[in-house]
Design a protein around this ligand. Structure first.
Ligand code: F6R
Length: 265
């Protein structure tokens, strides 16, 4: 089931996402959190850090797994995703470095690195996986055409993804790696709950296609229709192209009284 909540703006989306992540992190025994990089979770991470920095907080017991990692950036490069996540959230809330897990792109045998990471993620059992959505409908770095049962693998990034991400590399697409290790769609679907965040007009077409379309390989995010517990948080701009009469049967809308219905508010 996909629960869609439309909020006025990106700040409200960040606060709502932080509420959901905080609740999972606070579960007794410590949570296993799957975190995403990119711009979509920025506000949520800032809000979580604001609420939890410098205090005894539930995140200190959490284990974190990231979705993906570039291949080809040297250790210590500031855009390595493990470094990005460490700066954005895990270090500020006090998660020890040895509980931040990422695929290792430095091993000579990348296939072995993928298999190892996939096994570690699956054995840990991710409680909540945070996701952004690419303009082409990718989730993690599963580009269009990736089978829905794919496990962690090395992927070639599309030119569109590299162009979108060039903003983190001084606008120069040639500096964006061509390959990455990514959790597969099948690995992502193994998480207990999924939380997808999309904000801004640039995501509106991909979001609408996701909610309108039956699962289809050309749109990796459409694999989420088969998951039992998906929350989608959108701002009004990202929700702008949805036609409520065309959404898939798996979609529910959050209503003003916090219930979910087949009808949009
Ligand atoms: C990031 C990731 C990607 C991004 C997606 C959206 O770890 O796996 O799928 O979530 O590319 O990126 P932003 O949020 O920068 O628009």
């Amino acid at each position: 089931m996909i629960h869609v909540r439309v909020l006025p703006d990106a700040d409200a989306v960040g606060v709502a996402a932080a509420d959901i992540i905080d609740a999972v992190a606070s579960r007794p025994g410590g949570a296993v959190l799957g975190l995403a990089t990119g711009s979509s979770p920025d506000r949520a991470y800032r809000e979580i850090v604001r609420r939890n920095a410098g205090t005894a907080n539930p995140y200190r017991r959490a284990r974190v797994f990231i979705l993906d990692e570039y291949v080809g950036l040297p250790p210590g490069h500031p855009e390595r995703y493990a470094a990005v996540i460490s700066r954005a959230i895990t270090t500020p809330v006090g998660i020890p470095a040895d509980r931040l897990n990422a695929p290792n792109p430095d091993l000579p045998d990348l296939e072995a690195a993928c298999a190892d990471y996939d096994r570690t993620v699956s054995e840990a059992g991710v409680d909540l996986q945070l996701l952004g959505i690419g303009g082409n409908g990718h989730i993690a770095f599963n580009e269009p055409g990736t089978p829905f049962d794919a496990r962690t693998h090395v992927t070639e990034l599309t030119e569109r993804t590299r162009r979108d991400n060039s903003r983190f590399f001084s606008g120069e697409i040639d500096r964006v790696p061509t390959r990455a290790i990514t959790q597969g769609i099948g690995t992502v679907l193994g998480a207990g709950e999924l939380l997808l965040i999309a904000t801004g007009r640039a995501k509106a077409d991909a979001v609408a296609e996701f909610l309108h379309t039956e699962p289809s390989l050309h749109l990796p995010v459409s694999a989420l229709h088969a998951h039992e517990a998906v929350t989608v948080l959108l701002d009004e701009a990202a929700a702008g192209a949805i036609d409520p009469s065309r959404v898939q049967p798996s979609v529910r809308w959050q209503t003003a009284d916090d219930r979910f219905s087949r009808e949009s508010a």
